[in-house]
Ligand binder design. Structure first.
Ligand code: ADP
Length: 649
């Protein structure tokens, strides 16, 4: 047998939310713990606020991009102005270099002598060729007064001017009129563009001829191209005649009037060029869109023949800083997003760590719970074993007790029997027949008592079966009263029945109930023997769906120390001839089988005992009764002989 043992966890298992002292406070991923800082923004405002920095950066980027473009435009304008000044100087220098050649040649007889003496043509040609080679002029030539070329520096080339008439050129007319002829045109013979300076010869009237120098401008273009810039020179009409883009040449900046086109054609200034317009859309002083590309343009008047130099910067270049600003803004936003992600992942990391810790705590709790359950099961097993041991021991003790009681009960009559038998033999030897008969009567009385004892014992061990019927318990009480009437009359006890007016219907075994009631009434009658005015009362009532029958007497009552023992088999305070001590034990057993209870209590208002029998009424108990004719007789019932120590009347 296992000794007394305390079980359960050494320390109480704490659960989340037990209070501040909780050893296993679980992690709170939602952040419901408000005490984190002095002040925190409400959660519904926090998310929109996250978008504030990127929005601000975008707004700033819009402003900064505009500002950067304006600055870039100003810078490119300043650079363009410098370049334009430089280009104008180059153009003017190149032209100035050759400008005075016709003036000088017009006064040199080696060249203009041919006008008066055609035979001097070869020497004039050679002179002009030498001079052109020395000065770098593209061509030097002399025309007569009708515009016919009589000598030229390129006399010996395939494109020789000699013999060609250029009187249609404006510079010829201008020179003849005594001024300086200036003209830019595509060469009528060579098809190569050039600038023409012309002077009449001789210096005074009448004019005999005109000396012309053609300056090649292609060298300038090549220099510009090498600088990698986009430059173009337009004439007074806006026609591009010089520049770094060959495909734009002889196109106009803006659409031309038909009359202007006709005039240009008649001068054969640009040969048969189409003179199409370059600009798409409305004309803008600072912006040009050519062939789908936007340019920022700066302009400068050359001061000769109303020329204008255009310096073009691609708008993409001007706008480049804008792109930089946007790239910077996007980088900032990306960095911000990365920062947020890092923060978030750190927070998630913290939450995950917290959850992991919670899981570990829960696992630990679970393990302890499982251990505890196992411990409890083990203890329960031990308890069951102990109970079984106790029950076995109790049963053995009961059997022993019972055997001792039965042996005691039977030994007395057996001893008496022996004495009466010996006496009878003696009387027989003496021939005292009357004494023998007397002894035999005693022997028969003892046999009768022993038979009664064994019969009662049998009844106690197996109360027998009885039919279950639907009966009115008031009738049972009346029948029981009738059965004890002879004893009542014999002893002079007053029996009072108090019955309720409504029926006390029960599905029960009436004979068994009557057996119990008769036993209780007999005990009560016995108890008030010797009392001055013996009264036995039977009170029946319905209480909480049960029938309650009280049997009261005004006898000496049951002394406190005996209360616990009166339901034990063979306990009796009556003389051996009248009491067997089985009545209450059998009654308690019967009542228990019928689903009822039998208790006793002292009467407070008067002397005497009170026995309380309670039985279920029909509505409460419709099923069969244990030990009665029907199944289900194994219902567990509380022992019916429990004492109601606190009982009151
Ligand atoms: P018996 O009547 O054969 O003695 P019981 O089991 O009926 O056996 O009663 C056991 C004992 O209980 C009695 O001997 C008596 O001492 C006590 N007893 C029973 N009923 C009363 C009662 N109404 N008043 C006093 N004592 C009682």
């Amino acid at each position: 047998m296992t000794g007394a043992k305390t079980y359960g966890p050494a320390a109480p298992l704490s659960t989340p939310g037990e209070g501040e002292g909780s050893a296993h406070r679980l992690h709170d991923p939602v952040g419901s713990n408000p005490v984190r800082g002095p002040w925190r923004l409400p959660a519904r405002l926090r998310r929109p606020l996250l978008f504030l920095p990127p929005v601000l950066v975008l707004l700033l980027a819009v402003l900064a991009a505009d500002w950067a473009e304006v600055q870039s435009g100003l810078r490119s304008d300043a650079a363009a102005r410098e370049r334009l000044t430089l280009y104008r100087e180059t153009i003017l220098r190149e032209l100035e270099k050759h400008r005075y050649l016709p003036y000088i040649v017009a006064r040199d007889p080696r060249a203009v002598g041919v006008l008066s003496d055609p035979a001097a043509a070869p020497s004039a040609n050679r002179f002009l060729k030498d001079l052109a080679a020395t000065t770098g002029a593209d061509a030097l030539y002399v025309m007569d007064a009708d515009g016919l070329t009589v000598a030229a520096s390129n006399f010996d080339t395939a494109g020789s001017f000699v013999g060609n008439n250029y009187s249609f050129r404006p510079y010829f007319q201008e020179a003849k009129e005594g001024g300086e002829g200036r003209f830019f045109a595509v060469g009528a013979t060579t098809g190569e563009p050039g600038f023409f300076f012309a002077r009449a010869t001789p210096a005074g009237a009448p004019v005999q001829g005109v000396v012309v120098v053609k300056v090649d401008m292609e060298r300038l273009e090549n220099n510009w191209r090498e600088a990698g810039e986009t430059v173009m020179v337009t004439d007074v009409h806006g026609v591009v005649f010089l520049g770094t883009r060959d495909d734009w040449r002889y196109s106009s900046i803006a659409p031309l009037d038909d009359m202007v086109v006709a005039a240009i054609r008649s001068d054969r200034q640009y040969g048969n060029a189409r003179l199409a317009s370059l600009q798409q859309g409305a004309l803008d002083q600072t912006r040009l869109v050519i062939g789908g590309t936007a340019w920022r343009q700066s302009r400068l008047r050359v001061g000769m023949l109303d020329w204008t130099i255009h310096y073009l910067t691609p708008m993409s270049e001007v706008r480049a800083p804008r792109g930089l600003v946007w790239a910077g803004a996007v980088t900032l936003i990306l960095l911000y997003a990365i920062w947020l992600l890092v923060l978030r992942s750190r927070r998630l990391g913290r939450v995950t760590a917290g959850l992991r810790q919670d899981a570990a705590t829960l696992r630990d709790l679970n393990r302890r719970l499982v251990d505890e359950i196992e411990e409890r099961r083990r203890v329960e097993r031990e308890l069951r074993d102990t109970q079984a041991d106790l029950a076995r021991a109790g049963r053995l003790a009961a059997v022993g007790e019972m055997s001792a009681a039965v042996a005691h009960e039977l030994n007395q009559p057996l001893a008496a029997l022996g004495m009466f038998v010996s006496g009878a033999r003696l009387y027989q030897q003496r021939g005292e027949a009357a004494a023998v008969t007397e002894n035999l009567d005693e022997i028969d009385a003892l046999r009768h008592r022993m038979a009664t004892l064994t019969q009662e014992l049998k009844r106690f061990a197996r109360p027998g079966e009885s039919r279950i019927e639907t009966v009115d318990l008031r009738d049972c009480l009346k029948t029981s009263a009738k059965l004890v009437r002879p004893r009542i009359e014999e002893s002079g006890v007053a029996l009072q029945l108090h019955l309720p007016s409504q029926p006390m219907t029960a599905n029960t075994a009436p004979l068994r109930v009557e057996q119990v009631l008769v036993n209780l009434l007999r005990n009560a009658i016995d108890a008030c023997q010797g009392v001055a005015a013996p009264v036995v009362e039977a009170r029946a009532r319905i209480e909480e769906g049960r029938a309650v029958i009280e049997i009261l007497d005004n006898g000496e009552g049951i002394p406190e120390p005996l209360r616990e023992r009166i339901f034990e088999p063979f306990f009796t305070t009556k003389p051996a001839t009248t009491g067997l001590g089985l009545g209450l034990a059998i009654s308690a057993r019967i009542v228990e089988d019928l689903g009822g209870a039998l208790k006793t209590r002292t009467r407070l208002t008067s002397d005497g005992a009170c026995f309380i029998l309670s039985l279920p009424l029909a509505a409460e108990r419709d099923g069969p009764v244990k030990g009665a004719a029907g199944p289900g007789g194994e219902e567990a019932r509380a022992p019916s002989y429990l004492l109601d120590e606190a009982g009151a009347q």
